[in-house]
Design a protein around this ligand. Structure first.
Ligand code: UTP
Length: 469
């Protein structure tokens, strides 16, 4: 886009000052800054600044909030036939190539503090496989079982796109055929001063950060990924996030339930660890399934219990979804993704009017992000399906403590032990934990059921290290 046109657009939204160093920039710097600006939806910016940046509106709670009715993990009598049909339907969808895998990995992973894309982080207990490899191996195993490759859409962002691609090249795509692997970066959003001015990180660069995992639904459209899916005949996406190696990237039962119920967006839930656990809460509110963030759900709700003492709002969100491609298309109709923005106040370094870099000591800026779960209330027939924490959720978020590499390693070993026990193999226990280091490669088994039909060691000895691959 020519500089003049950008200047006019910026003037129209009172953001002309962002070009204040333009005259002193070399050609390359001008090009960089104008390209960043051209990548933004400037027209929508003014409204956003007025309603989300300059003012701090409290999160509007729905008028009527009730617990969500989630499908149980194990079907009771009334669901048995549906679950049987769903499992078959899920497999059929995979065999017909109707399902794509969708990994969002555009985040900055600041809490983990790892230099580089989080997907590079080594997580498995014995082989130290990086997160990306765990997912690649799972998807290869599911492709093998389905008898055809599963197309894999992998979203990065400008903060890690080049490094992510280089990592895959270096590892020969972990055996994945690059013809079925579609990398694309998500959009970026500038940080704003509290008074609503776009901040510059350098004279020739906005202070940009990824626009949230909700931005994935726009990036699918803008990048041509949706068009690629149409070409391949893909109707559903299995969505997961980069930090949870326990996720079942592909789950035929869940995908089948999603399809047979006509759901446009389905979600997995787990019972919360405690009333105030820091996970989103699935609720049924104002006529729709939705997620209320832990920070927005008043304690007067979070602490409510049922007659048997169990939590009334007990459906935690673990960011695993199935989405219809047609739904994502509809969300993007009219050229603008129909999701709200969330505001967060952060410390963002910026260059001041003299061109000096300022490193603030307290929050000085507003960042805006979109969240993928905000699409749920816009979906028809949205369903929520219950799974087990031990089976499917142990994210690597922090360097230490809860949700850290150490807890994730422990949980992978626990799950492997539980799968082995399910197959009739005894696993020794010491101080309540499996007394062995265990790792099951996805190519060996992607589920407890599959493990049951494999050739297994007769016993696991105390202190043993066993890799099943
Ligand atoms: P988190 O909410 O944990 O954010 O992302 P993060 O940026 O990775 O980590 P912190 O908060 O800085 O420590 C959950 C998932 O959503 C993806 C992440 O890559 C991760 O898979 N995500 C997040 C995106 O793809 N884009 C974003 O803009 C934000």
């Amino acid at each position: 886009m020519p500089v003049k046109s950008i200047q006019e657009q910026l003037a129209a939204i009172d953001q002309g000052r962002v070009l204040r160093f333009l005259d002193v920039l070399p050609e390359s710097g001008r090009g960089k800054l104008t390209a960043q600006l051209a990548g933004l939806d400037l027209e929508a910016m003014r409204d956003l600044i007025d309603t989300q940046v300059r003012v701090k509106a409290p999160a509007a709670l729905p008028r009527q909030i009730d617990p969500v009715k989630a499908y149980p993990r194990e079907p009771g009598a009334e669901h048995r036939q549906l679950y049987h049909d769903a499992e078959l339907r899920g497999r059929e969808l995979l065999q017909k190539g109707k399902v794509g895998a969708f990994l969002v990995a555009g985040g900055q992973g600041t809490r983990l503090g790892y230099e580089g894309p989080k997907g590079e982080y080594p997580v498995t207990p014995i082989r130290n496989k990086p997160l990306f490899q765990v997912f690649a191996e799972q998807l290869l195993a599911h492709s093998r079982d389905a008898g055809r490759p599963i197309a894999w859409y992998l979203m990065t962002s400008d903060v890690n796109d080049a490094a992510t691609r280089a990592f895959f090249v270096k590892h020969d795509y972990f055996g994945y055929d690059p013809a079925h692997l579609f990398f694309f970066p998500q959009g970026m959003m500038p940080a704003f001063s509290m008074s609503g001015e776009m901040l510059l990180a350098e004279k020739d660069s906005l202070a940009l950060s990824p626009d949230g995992h909700g931005g994935s639904l726009r990036a699918l459209d803008k990048s041509g990924a949706l068009a690629d899916m149409k070409k391949r005949g893909i109707e559903h996406l299995s969505y997961f996030q980069v930090d949870n190696p326990l996720v079942h990237c592909i789950d035929p039962l869940f995908l089948g339930l999603h399809d047979l119920t006509g759901s446009e967006m389905s979600s997995k839930t787990i019972p919360k660890a405690n009333a105030l656990e820091k996970v989103g809460n699935f609720v049924f509110a104002d006529g729709a399934v939705q997620v209320i963030e832990y920070s927005d759900l008043p304690e007067s709700f979070a602490l409510q219990t049922n007659a048997d003492g169990s939590l009334r709002y007990n459906a935690g969100s673990i960011a695993i979804h199935a989405l219809r491609v047609s739904f994502i298309e509809r969300l993007n109709q009219g050229g603008r993704l129909k999701l709200p923005w969330h505001r967060a106040e952060k410390k963002v370094p910026y260059v001041d009017d003299t061109g000096t870099l300022v490193k603030p000591e307290k929050p000085n800026a507003v960042k805006l992000e979109q969240f993928v779960f905000d699409a749920i209330p816009l979906a028809k027939n949205a369903i929520v399906y219950t799974t087990d924490r031990a089976e499917e959720f142990s994210p690597v978020k922090n360097a230490e403590g809860v949700d850290s590499p150490a807890t994730c390693r422990r949980d992978q070993i626990r799950r492997a032990a539980s799968w082995l026990r399910g197959a009739g193999i005894e696993v020794p226990v010491k101080q309540g934990e499996p007394d062995a280091v265990l790792e099951i490669a996805p190519s060996f088994a992607t589920s407890a059921v599959q493990l049951g039909i494999r050739q297994l060691p007769e016993i696991v000895k105390s202190g043993e290290t066993i890799y099943l691959g």
